[in-house]
Design a binder for this molecule. Sequence first.
Ligand code: IMP
Ligand code: MG
Length: 181
Amino acid sequence: MNDLMRDVKEVLLDEETLARRIAEMGQQITKDYVNRDLVLLCVLKGSLFFTSDLMRHIDLPVTLDFIASSSYGESTRTSGVVRILKDVEERVEDRHVLIVEDIVDTGLTLSYLIRALKLRKPASIRTATLLDKPARRRIEVPVDYAGFKVDDQFVVGYGLDFAGRYRMLPAVCVLKDELYS
Ligand code: IMP
Ligand code: MG
């Protein structure tokens, strides 16, 4: 067992549950994008594992690119200010773009990314997120593929971090209360 699991209060989504749902999402995306030129846009760093697992269930000649944005300091609340820290390298014009996120919380990050990418005239933009936290939404944003809905609590693991830590946990977990304070 991962030693960091000692800090975990509750496992919300275990490895098997994640794997099963991500396989389904990949199959759905495969159906929806047949004969389309699709680029997966992994939003660093949180959706690293999700993108890598999802991509292996998409049976199409997709390409992969990365974008990194930031809206958080070392806290569990968004600052509301989104910046692009690393931009896409691939051409997206006239291509179908699927933004792959770890979690949609307030929606500010995703809505900013969609706006920024639209300027580059893609054929379409859709979004896939492993987790959706609708209770915290501050801006309406289209979530086309959502893995799981989660309640308003801060989660870590399977790529998601708290102040940069806990990404390597194999499951999506809630940490013990004292760790968040
Ligand atoms: P939003 O802009 O508020 O929708 O936040 C999106 C980003 O905030 C995500 O891509 C995550 O990096 C981070 N985030 C939001 N909620 C959580 C959480 O519960 N755990 C870890 N990261 C989170
Ligand atoms: Mg993120």
